[in-house]
Ligand binder design. Structure first.
Ligand SMILES: Nc1ncnc2c1ncn2[C@@H]1O[C@H](COP(=O)(O)OP(=O)(O)OP(=O)(O)O)[C@@H](O)[C@H]1O
Ligand SMILES: Nc1ncnc2c1ncn2[C@@H]1O[C@H](COP(=O)(O)OP(=O)(O)OP(=O)(O)O)[C@@H](O)[C@H]1O
Ligand SMILES: [Mg+2]
Ligand SMILES: [Mg+2]
Lengths: 269, 269
């Protein structure tokens, strides 16, 4: 039974591709069969990350874990209606080819596209990374400018609710587990962190998501992108970056804690 | 002679809307006639920022500077060809209505849209904010995974070059001044900052942009979004946030330095 994990957040730069790569590698290292689908076919950050990983392995003559990565092409037909049909078929075909996998991790673009909506509708788990910022928060819910009170759900919450409704109407059993993970948390900025924390706790009950502790803003989550590596690949004698800082240790705990929070099926991940 | 400033970067979350709001308020406060166009008609971060500002002013009974803000609607026609035509007309009409302004600041979405390309082609200045991250860098240029050397321009550089070419072919005098500004610079992460700095200096000569020092990662750049305020609006006795930290002082210098770097026309801005 393939479990679909979607990294979704219409807000750009919230950390979807970064979280996707680290979840993929964490699950692969726990011995699971993992596939990844990059739906951001223009920027292709996740595909580029894995491409860099391939080239690095080739040039160093080493072996690393890799996900299966089928392509889902966006349609270039002129009629948007016809394009949506073609993309629905491409997406379904890709998912079917992955029926033997334990997990399929789908990275969505920071935009409202038809493929992104399809992914959300097929998700068993949606992971939504979020900068600790009211600019990012604005895509989950509106705040009253005078009182700061939560004034109602916003665009991206509505997208997740539409996916939940679609799944229910299609008669698929079980709801979508929606996990919001705070990302790029600052070591300082205490008041803003507290404010965001309060608003997110308030919102989680109202619009139905679980709140994951998330990741700090750590250079180790991004400095290895050009080599296609993650923190989880380091530790060997010829690692390009010395795993010696508090930040690295804490980052490992953050990744493990995120996977545990996702309560994924199968043996303890 | 209206000077068009475009905030462009296809990479999501690089800081376009944040930079747009602060440039708009800085220019308004220097006494210029400023208009703003939000081309991210789905997320509307800049429009929301100004909406919050309006509501805040109304609820507190105060006066703040505001840009003119005409709407440019994306087309909902089914044929992409026809949609592009409609958007080209809407965009041209909006720009014409702003002929009396000193500056038009255009905030682009973190995606490759027809409206975004139109804005780039009409720009006198393009400001490209960039996270200090090789994941963001990847949209400007590719790096060789084995050697780290710059391997060639990437998607967003190609978009700016296409805009420059289009402007030249249209016979518009003067080139586009392209300024890349580092954003969300960390107070720590010294090695990564140095690496990014070197690669950007190298690239600036190759692909023709000027490098602005940019903004640090400071909570003051985002915590005022719900009230529609910026650091530049604070300082009065009833300011909601006390302007007392080193970070605030440095942020003011960063904003002033950015505007100076843009070398905009007219009296000293
Ligand atoms: N925890 C983190 N620590 C440090 N940097 C991070 C972290 N998470 C993300 N980043 C950086 O923030 C930027 C945005 O992250 P990322 O590209 O993963 O977001 P995204 O949601 O996939 O963006 P898009 O909407 O463009 O697809 C990148 O430069 C990335 O390297
Ligand atoms: N200098 C800064 N200091 C602190 N936070 C910042 C800074 N610049 C941007 N941010 C935050 O980073 C996130 C992304 O910024 P912003 O929304 O301005 O980027 P964008 O390029 O407009 O994104 P999109 O592609 O989604 O339109 C927001 O949460 C914003 O508050
Ligand atoms: Mg991404
Ligand atoms: Mg924006």
């Amino acid at each position: 039974m393939t479990h679909v994990i979607v990294l979704g957040n219409e807000k750009g730069g919230s950390g979807k591709s970064t979280a996707a790569m680290h979840v993929v590698v964490a699950l692969l290292k726990s011995g699971r069969k993992v596939a990844a689908i990059d739906l951001d076919m223009r920027q292709r950050s996740l595909s580029r990350y894995v491409e860099n990983r391939r080239k690095y392995c080739e040039s160093k003559g080493i072996d690393l874990v890799f996900p299966l990565m089928p392509e889902v092409r966006p349609s270039s037909l002129d009629s948007r209606e016809a394009a949506r049909q073609e993309e629905t078929e491409n997406f379904a075909a890709a998912l079917q080819s992955l029926a033997g996998c334990d997990f399929v991790v789908i990275d969505c673009p920071g935009a409202d596209t038809h493929l992104s909506r399809l992914a959300h509708a097929h998700a068993d788990t949606i992971v939504t990374p979020l900068n600790d910022s009211f600019v990012d928060f604005d895509l989950l819910a509106r705040l009253d400018p005078a009182t700061g009170a939560v004034a109602g759900p916003s665009l991206y919450s509505e997208m997740v609710w539409a996916a939940r409704k679609r799944r229910a109407l299609a008669g698929v059993p079980g709801g979508i587990d929606w996990v919001v993970m705070r990302n790029r948390l600052s070591a300082t900025q205490a008041r803003n962190k507290r404010e965001m924390g309060k608003k997110l706790e308030d919102l989680s009950a109202r619009i139905g998501f679980r709140l994951a502790r998330g990741f700090g803003d750590r250079v180790i989550y991004r400095e290895l992108f050009p080599m296609g590596l993650t923190l989880l690949d380091l530790g060997g004698p010829d690692a390009p970056v010395r795993l010696s800082t508090m930040s690295h240790v804490t980052a490992r705990l953050e990744i493990r804690s995120l996977v545990a929070t996702l309560k994924l099926p199968g043996r303890e991940t």
